[in-house]
Design a protein around this ligand. Structure first.
Ligand code: GTP
Ligand code: MG
Length: 335
């Protein structure tokens, strides 16, 4: 491993920019999808308002964080100010209302880890999950979207990493690999670490946005339109960054001791967070701090078997980026 740690990037790396950009562009959803999502959201808001006049719907997840591919399901949060409501009651009531308005495949999953109502809208063809009062997800969605506006290379890198993870079967939390949310955080962290940096650390800057959700203060700098030039001193191209990302996770990350943290824009030690041993089901084999729920390790789902799978995939990708004559083909080969 140490030998590879020193490895310089292949000399013909920039030959890969055009194909990577082409893949990125093919994954971006067309504008009319946004319009359809809005249309569905308006319909749902009208139904919700009749029953809960104070209830507000928010999009979160990939349909709102600017890292969503074409034809994804949309994630919606119903925010009801009252914290004392019984979520299952609301969920069942909501399912009833939606059903009687001709929405299809309506299903209330009241016992799931995050309880949701699922539905499909026959008019727009969009499938949608609605959860209740999961406002933290709405706020972390905004953080990701704000980061994406600072430098286009984040969106490019994250689309390619997500596409790789889905193709290789390592984007399945129920099987012990990482969520899309975790991969985007890993990309943000990686770009914060470049020298010169490509992304700043928004949570360490002057506070221009602040909300308290579930007793957690979420605050950061959000006037990102003023940061459009932030990364311009760094001239690295997308192909170099994809190479560097996989090289980092294959050979350079210290899995035994380090936690990555976009909140601080730096690495934190596992010891400092007391993430050195298994507690319950949290094994901390790859440590990714949530930007707001800082006791939350997004790598907690990874177990002693899936960490091997994951690290072998990082090494495979690093190897392909270094040596393969056609990395854009082999990288995304179905597993
Ligand atoms: P795809 O659907 O795979 O394209 O990605 P996605 O961006 O929708 O990501 P994902 O399904 O992983 O998560 C959806 C949203 O739920 C994220 O944007 C977060 O807002 C939230 N979320 C997911 N996992 C976590 C988690 O472990 N902790 C917290 N706090 N929020 C999470
Ligand atoms: Mg999603």
């Amino acid at each position: 491993r140490n030998l590879k740690r020193q490895m310089p990037c292949r000399v013909d790396i920039d030959r890969l920019n055009t194909p990577f950009i082409a893949i990125y562009e093919s994954l971006i959803p067309p504008e009319e999808e946004k319009a359809k999502q809005k249309q569905l959201l308006t319909l749902l808001q009208r139904l919700v308002t009749k029953e809960w006049p104070e209830g507000r719907l928010f999009l979160y997840g990939s349909c709102a964080n600017s890292f969503g591919v074409s034809r994804s399901d949309i994630d919606v949060c119903l925010a009801i100010g009252d914290a004392n409501i019984n979520k299952s009651d609301v969920l069942l009531k909501l399912a009833d209302i939606l059903q009687s308005d001709n929405l299809q495949d309506v299903q209330a999953l009241a016992r799931a880890r995050v309880p949701i109502v699922k539905l499909m809208d026959p008019v727009t063809g969009i499938s949608c999950d609605i959860c209740i009062n999961n406002v933290l997800a709405v706020v972390n969605t905004k953080l990701l979207r704000d980061y994406a506006q600072i430098d286009e290379r984040l969106r490019q890198l994250a689309y390619i990493v997500k596409h790789w993870a889905k193709s290789r079967g390592v984007n399945e939390t129920y099987r012990g690999t990482l969520s899309s949310y975790a991969y985007v955080i890993m990309c943000i962290y990686f770009l914060q670490q470049r020298r010169p940096a490509i992304l700043p650390c928004l949570q360490e800057m002057e506070i221009t946005y602040s909300v308290t959700v579930d007793n957690i203060e979420c605050k950061f700098y959000d006037q990102v339109e003023k940061l459009r030039k932030f990364g311009s001193r760094n001239k690295e191209t997308i192909a170099q960054l994809v190479w560097g990302f996989f090289n980092y996770w294959a050979y350079r990350h210290d899995y035994a001791n380090d936690v990555i943290s976009i909140r601080t824009g730096s690495v934190i030690s596992k010891r400092e967070k007391d993430w050195t041993r298994r507690i319950g089901n949290d094994r901390h084999l790859i440590c990714i701090e949530d930007p707001f729920e800082i006791s939350h390790d997004l790598g907690r789902v990874v177990d002693k078997y899936s960490i091997k799978v994951l690290r072998e995939e990082f090494e495979r990708a690093a190897h392909i980026m270094q040596d393969s004559p056609h990395p854009c083909e082999s990288l995304f080969e179905p597993y």
